[in-house]
Design a protein around this ligand. Structure first.
Ligand SMILES: NC(=O)c1ccc[n+]([C@@H]2O[C@H](COP(=O)([O-])OP(=O)(O)OC[C@H]3O[C@@H](n4cnc5c(N)ncnc54)[C@H](O)[C@@H]3O)[C@@H](O)[C@H]2O)c1
Length: 360
């Protein structure tokens, strides 16, 4: 398999994809790009690299770059994805794919016209406990889903040190909840309706956050399955011995399962059999720097999956359509909080001229 050449745009979280690619036999890191020159120098030193530019145009003109990994602030993703596709590059874009639907049609057209692959970097799908939960579910032993609960709670007050995190453009609803919402849609892609409440906590407001940081939502799938997603980002969390920050619980006809971020734990029960599996031995693989706040192993897993899909002529998932429908769902969630009423994802898509993305 020919190695893919990677260009990385945005070197904060972009650090994780650089690490993933450098440890992978399927990738070469070709060039790094960030507006911040001193950060560029720092990353080059950290990873022993020397090809850095402050110009996205220069990165896109580099013929050895096959794929651009986009790790810029959320509100810039649409513009950067479109630019990369028009330059003839494949794209891996971190979550949230977009933070509204205003440029969704343009992103779809750019992807179609380029014929290039776009994958949303929904990293949690590639974390050992959640990947194991998915495979186990796909084996069929649990039977049909009766209900699902997913959450992501984290004390992310440190994140507000980033300038863009205190602007109107930054929304935890997209930045944080995109993880549990994606986990839910992985199992229930036909989520049709949402209702919920949100608030801006005193902690968040005092730190200068503009939009809400505390969320509770319930959903209904087209088949009538109820589900729940919640998250909070500026308050302390429960000790890890009792909770795991991010979790996905499936309650099914024949059994139940729970994937937990900490301590890389997966628990399940079918009939009389109760099992707790852990992936603690993979701690060093997933967490390579920054304690547990960066998880480069997930990125290595998803770029290797991306490379294998390309070699097999398959579209890596979540692709551009799936990513946009998830954004539409997050927009429906936002509207439900503002209006105090249930909101249908079909109505949100219709208003943006995107009804064709809903599968019949
Ligand atoms: N689990 C995950 O998948 C995960 C985790 C953390 C962050 N993220 C995502 O990664 C993205 C970046 O977050 P972050 O924490 O690294 O933010 P950050 O502010 O630390 O980094 C963003 C970088 O992008 C650079 N940048 C902005 N515009 C640019 C441009 N036009 N050209 C080149 N560089 C540009 C900035 O200089 C900055 O260094 C966000 O979308 C965030 O949601 C994903």
């Amino acid at each position: 398999m020919k190695k893919l050449g990677l260009g990385v745009l945005g070197l904060g979280e972009g650090r994780s994809i650089i690490s993933g690619a450098l440890h992978s036999e399927l990738w070469n890191v070709i060039q790094l790009c960030d507006l911040n020159e001193s950060l560029g120098r720092e990353r080059c030193h950290e990873f022993n690299l020397d090809n850095f530019t402050t110009s996205m145009d220069e990165l896109l003109a580099n013929k050895d770059v096959d794929v651009v990994g986009i790790y810029t602030p959320d509100h810039l993703h649409a513009e950067h994805v479109i630019k990369a596709l028009r330059a003839g590059k494949h794209v891996i874009c971190t979550k949230p794919f977009l933070n509204d639907l205003s440029q969704a049609r343009e992103v779809l057209s750019a992807q179609k016209e380029s014929g290039k692959a776009v994958m949303v970097g929904q990293s949690s799908r590639f974390f050992a406990p959640f990947a194991r939960q998915r495979k186990h579910f796909e084996s069929g032993v649990f039977g049909d889903i009766i209900t699902l609960e997913a959450y992501y709670n984290a004390d992310h007050r440190w994140f507000l040190k980033k300038g863009w995190a205190k602007t109107e453009a930054f929304k935890w609803l997209y930045g944080g909840l995109s993880h549990p919402v994606d986990l839910m849609r992985w199992y229930l892609p036909d989520i049709a309706e949402v209702m919920g409440y949100s608030s801006l906590s005193k902690n968040g407001r005092e730190l200068g956050l503009k939009n809400d940081d505390t969320f509770q939502f319930i959903f209904k799938s087209a088949a009538g399955i109820p589900a729940r997603v919640s998250g909070t980002y500026n308050s302390p969390v429960i000790p890890l011995q009792r909770d795991s920050n991010m979790s996905c619980i499936l309650r099914c006809a024949n059994g139940a399962s729970q994937g937990d971020y900490y301590d890389l734990r997966y628990a399940w029960k079918i009939g009389e059999q109760s099992v707790v599996e852990t992936f603690e031995d993979k701690d060093d693989y997933f967490f390579r720097f920054g304690g547990h706040s960066h998880h480069a192993g997930e990125y290595q897993n998803y770029i290797e999956y991306f490379a294998r899909c390309l070699a097999a002529g398959e579209a890596p998932k979540p692709d551009v359509s799936e990513g946009i429908v998830t954004v539409a769902l997050m927009q429906a969630m936002e509207e439900a909080c503002v209006r105090g009423l249930p909101v249908k994802i079909a109505d949100v898509l219709a208003r943006s001229g995107l009804t064709d993305l809903l599968k019949p």
